[in-house]
Design a protein around this ligand. Structure first.
Ligand SMILES: CC(C)(COP(=O)(O)OP(=O)(O)OC[C@H]1O[C@@H](n2cnc3c(N)ncnc32)[C@H](O)[C@@H]1OP(=O)(O)O)[C@@H](O)C(=O)NCCC(=O)NCCS
Length: 174
């Protein structure tokens, strides 16, 4: 099956809301945000995510017109942090998993990240128990550089996260 991959635009805010809320409900231990709070947000909150000034893009996969997978790339703000960006909100709707959709979206995201002047690293954090996602990131070139114990408290249970980075430029002295 082939899917259409593209960066979300203003017309996608309702689809982003639906998939994002599905993600937070499906996988609470894998996201810092929580469903209860985000589900109360106005439509403009999701439009603002698409239009955030530090956004490099929210990348989506579509089955026809339905958004079925997503991931966001946001550049850090501030002069001393502009060389880093954060990967966030990685999610594939359960019925579409294991078909290479996230791997393809990551390839597109990395290609566009490499076009951003001065961008050197893409950082992410992933639940230490989430071996599927770790496998996905390792295959795409990320390496682990640390761990954050008790990073999230989910329903009273502490969750450890692994911190990973993808170096976009091999020789940073160039
Ligand atoms: C992790 C997740 C995003 C992967 O999305 P996906 O579209 O199914 O991933 P892909 O099909 O591109 O798989 C990429 C790799 O991960 C592996 N993988 C993905 N899901 C897997 C699963 N359930 N079991 C085993 N391996 C899996 C694939 O085998 C593939 O490995 P390969 O390249 O060696 O073949 C998806 O499972 C998901 O949404 N999980 C819940 C939310 C989440 O954990 N987000 C990450 C937060 S950091």
């Amino acid at each position: 099956m082939s899917f259409n991959l593209r960066i979300l635009n203003n017309s996608d805010s309702a689809a982003l809301r639906a998939l994002r809320l599905q993600a937070l409900a499906d996988s609470p231990a894998n996201f810092g945000a929580d469903f209860g709070r985000e589900s109360l947000q106005a439509a403009s909150y999701f439009a603002d995510k698409i239009n955030h000034p530090d956004n490099i893009g929210i990348f989506g996969a579509f089955d026809g017109t339905q958004l079925i997978a997503m991931m966001g790339l946001q550049r850090d703000s501030g002069l001393k942090r502009r060389h880093c960006a954060k990967l966030w909100g990685v999610f594939t709707s359960p019925a579409y998993r294991g078909q290479g959709i996230s791997a393809s979206l990551l390839q597109m995201l990395i290609r566009i990240a490499r076009q951003q002047p001065g961008l050197l690293h893409i950082r992410l954090s992933v639940n230490a128990r989430n071996t599927d996602a770790q496998h996905l990131y390792l295959r795409a070139g990320w390496t682990a550089y640390g761990r954050e114990p008790d990073a999230l408290s989910v329903d009273g249970e502490m969750q450890e996260e692994i911190l990973m980075t993808l170096k976009l430029v091999e020789d940073l002295s160039l």
